[in-house]
Design a binder for this molecule. Structure first.
Ligand SMILES: NC(=O)c1ccc[n+]([C@@H]2O[C@H](COP(=O)([O-])OP(=O)(O)OC[C@H]3O[C@@H](n4cnc5c(N)ncnc54)[C@H](O)[C@@H]3O)[C@@H](O)[C@H]2O)c1
Ligand SMILES: O=C(O)[C@H](O)COP(=O)(O)O
Length: 527
C-alpha cells in the first residue's frame, strides 16, 4: 500500500485516479500534522505553500516521488531530491490559461483603478474624476519570459491592440516572428514598455532581474505586474520608485515572502494585489490535480512519467519497447558488482544492434542502478545514477558498434577494478528473454535471474564433481548448470542456479577446493 501525503490544498475531484487505486492510501495533512507519519510516505503532493526542503526529504526515507500540482518548483529542493533518486514532477500547463487571464485581469484593474474605485464607493464616495484610467489599446506591453503563460498573455495583448515586446533568452527569432511579437534585449524592452509583466521562473538568474538600476531606465509612469514569483522584481526598489513617482503603479499576485504580512507595498494606493491567485480557478485546480495524480500513480506502478523535472522524459510507448533491454542491463550491472567485490573505477558499455534505436542513456542509468543496488543503501535510479557515479569516482563510458555476433542486439559491459577487469555480454531474445552469453571471455548462455553461483576454475577432471558433491552433501539442488572453458586444461567456468541462496558455510567449503580460482554468490532479484 503506497502512502501518499497530500500536503497542500489540492482539488479532491482531481485526485480520482489515486482515490480509486487499491494500492494507495491518501493522507491529507500538512507536513507538520503528518510529522509522525513522514517515515512511511512514498509520495508527497504539494502546491506552493509547502516548502520541500532537504531536511523534509530526509525525514521521508521511503519517498519516491515529489509532485508539484502547479508549475513553479522553487519551493522544492530538486538537487536534494535528485541526490536521493527521488523523481520530481509538476503540472506544467494545468494553470497556464488561468494565470494568463489573472494577469490580464490585474492589468485591466491596475490601469482602470478598479479596486480603489470600489473601495471609494464602499466609503460612500462618488469620485469619478479620481479614477481616470489608461487604455491598454496602443500601449507597449513588455513581457519578460515568453513561455507558456507569457505566450498566452501576448496573444491576448495583441487582441487588445497592444504592441508586444518580449525578452526571453531562450526565445527563437522564428517563434517571435510566428507569435507576432518583437523580441528585444531586456535593457531595450525596459526603455520602450508602458506596461511590464514578468513570467519567468524564480531562479538565481531571475531573482532581482528587475531592479532599481534598470527600472530607472524605464519610461516615467511605467506600470509593473508580477504574477510569476515574488523576488523577480525587487520589492524594495519597486516601493522606492513608486514613492518617488517614477513608477505609476503595480499589480502583484506573488511576494518574496508569502503571506506578505504588513508588506510596505500593500500600503500604497497605486498598488493592487491578490494572494497568489493566478492558478486559483476551478478549472486550473482540477487540471493540476488530475495531472499530478496520474503522474504519481503511473510512477508508482513502474511506468514512466511525462513531466519530470529531474528524469529524462520518455513516453510509455518507448518505455515499453526499451524495457527488455532496461531489465537486462540492470541485471548485468548487478552481476558485475557482485562478481567484482572491489573498488571499480571505470565501466564502459558497448551497444550494438536494435538497442541503438533508443536513447541508450536511460539504459546506462539502469546499468548503474543494478550495479549500485548491491553496494549502496541510497536508491539509485535514472534520476541520480550519473550523479552518484560521479560522486564515487566511477567513470562511465558509452560506445556503439555494429558487432552483434549474430544477435539482433548485443550489449557488452566492461568493468575495470583495482585488481582485475570483468567483461559481460548480454542480449534480449524474443520469447527467450534476457540471456548472458559471455562472461569474462567465456562463451556461456544463462538467464540472469535468481540465486546464482559463478565459479572460475582450472579445467581438470573432478572439479565439477567435487563442487557438485559439496552442494549435494548440503542438500542444495542445482536448478541449472552451464560450463565452459577457453582451452583444454586451461581456465574454465561454471554458472549454476539454485532455488535458494547458498549459505556462507557452503561458499567457504567450495572456496577451499583445489583448482578453484574464485567463486561468487550472485543474487539477482526479478524485474
Ligand atoms: N501566480 C501564479 O499563481 C502562477 C501560476 C503559474 C505559474 N507561475 C509562475 O510563472 C512562471 C512561468 O510559468 P510558465 O508556465 O510560463 O513557465 P514556462 O517554463 O513555460 O516559461 C518560463 C519562461 O521563462 C523564460 N526564462 C527563463 N529564465 C529567463 C530569464 N533569465 N530571462 C527571461 N526569461 C527567462 C524561459 O525561457 C521560459 O520561456 C512559473 O515558473 C511560476 O513560477 C505563477
Ligand atoms: O507555480 C505555480 O503553479 C503557481 O504559482 C501556482 O501556485 P499554487 O499551486 O500555490 O496556486
Amino acid at each position: 500500500m503506497y502512502q501518499i501525503l497530500v500536503a497542500d490544498a489540492i482539488k479532491p475531484e482531481g485526485l480520482g485516479p489515486l482515490l480509486e487505486s487499491p494500492k494507495v492510501h491518501l493522507i491529507e495533512k500538512t507536513v507538520v500534522e503528518a510529522k509522525h507519519q513522514l517515515h512511511e510516505i512514498d509520495a508527497i503532493l504539494v502546491r506552493s505553500a509547502t516548502t520541500v526542503t532537504e531536511e523534509l526529504i530526509s525525514s521521508m526515507p521511503n519517498l519516491k516521488i515529489i509532485a508539484r500540482a502547479g508549475v513553479g518548483i522553487d519551493n522544492i529542493d530538486v538537487p536534494a531530491a535528485t541526490k536521493r533518486g527521488i523523481v520530481v514532477v509538476n503540472a506544467p500547463d494545468g494553470n497556464t490559461i488561468s494565470t494568463a487571464e489573472h494577469t490580464f485581469a490585474m492589468m485591466a484593474a491596475l490601469m482602470r483603478h478598479i479596486p480603489q474605485a470600489r473601495a471609494s464607493l464602499k466609503n460612500g464616495e462618488w469620485k469619478r474624476s479620481s479614477f481616470i484610467g489608461t487604455e491598454l489599446y496602443g500601449k507597449n506591453l513588455g513581457i519578460v519570459g515568453m513561455g507558456r503563460i507569457g505566450s498566452e498573455i501576448a496573444k491576448r495583448a495583441k487582441v487588445f491592440g497592444m504592441d508586444v515586446l518580449v525578452y526571453d533568452p531562450f526565445l527563437t527569432s522564428d517563434r517571435a516572428k510566428k507569435m507576432g511579437v518583437t523580441s528585444l534585449e531586456l535593457a531595450k524592452l525596459l526603455t520602450l514598455a508602458d506596461i511590464i509583466t514578468v513570467h519567468t521562473p524564480l531562479t538565481p538568474e531571475t531573482r532581482n532581474l528587475i531592479n532599481k538600476k534598470n527600472l530607472l531606465t524605464c519610461k516615467k509612469g511605467v506600470y509593473l505586474l508580477n504574477c510569476a514569483r515574488g523576488g523577480i522584481i525587487n520589492e524594495e526598489d519597486l516601493y522606492e520608485l513608486i514613492i518617488k513617482g517614477h513608477i505609476a503603479g503595480a499589480a502583484i499576485d506573488v511576494f518574496a515572502e508569502e503571506p506578505p504580512l504588513g508588506h510596505q507595498l500593500l500600503e500604497l494606493d497605486s498598488v493592487i494585489a491578490t494572494p497568489h491567485l493566478g492558478a486559483s480557478t476551478k478549472e486550473a485546480q482540477l487540471n493540476v490535480a488530475t495531472q499530478v495524480a496520474q503522474e504519481v500513480l503511473s510512477f508508482l506502478n513502474g511506468n514512466p512519467v511525462t513531466s519530470s523535472i529531474n528524469l529524462p522524459a520518455i513516453s510509455k510507448e518507448v518505455f515499453a519497447k526499451v524495457q527488455p533491454f532496461y531489465e537486462l542491463i540492470k541485471q548485468m550491472g548487478s552481476i558485475v558488482s557482485q562478481s567484482m567485490p572491489e573498488g571499480i573505477h571505470e565501466i564502459t558499455v558497448n551497444y550494438a544492434g536494435e538497442v541503438l534505436d533508443f536513447d541508450t542513456s536511460i539504459l546506462t542509468k539502469s546499468l548503474l542502478s543494478g550495479f549500485f543496488k548491491s553496494r549502496l543503501d541510497v536508491p539509485v535510479n535514472e534520476v541520480n545514477a550519473f550523479l552518484i557515479a560521479k560522486e564515487r569516482g566511477l567513470t562511465i563510458g558509452e560506445k556503439t558498434s555494429h558487432d552483434t555476433f549474430g544477435y539482433s542486439n548485443f550489449i557488452t559491459v566492461t568493468a575495470k577494478g583495482d585488481n582485475r577487469q570483468l567483461g559481460i555480454s548480454g542480449t534480449y531474445v524474443d520469447h527467450y528473454g534476457s540471456r548472458i552469453v559471455r562472461l569474462n571471455d567465456f562463451t556461456i548462455d544463462f538467464h540472469p535471474e535468481g540465486n546464482l553461483l559463478y565459479v572460475q576454475h582450472m579445467d581438470r577432471p573432478g572439479v565439477i564433481g567435487r563442487v557438485g558433491k559439496i552442494l549435494g552433501d548440503h542438500g542444495e539442488n542445482i536448478a541449472t548448470m552451464q560450463v565452459g572453458r577457453k582451452q583444454a586444461g586451461g581456465e574454465a567456468i561454471m554458472l549454476l542456479s539454485f532455488d535458494n541462496p547458498l549459505s556462507d558455510d557452503i561458499l567457504r567449503k567450495l572456496k577451499q577446493l583445489d583448482d578453484i580460482t574464485f567463486l561468487y554468490r550472485i543474487t539477482l532479484h526479478g524485474s
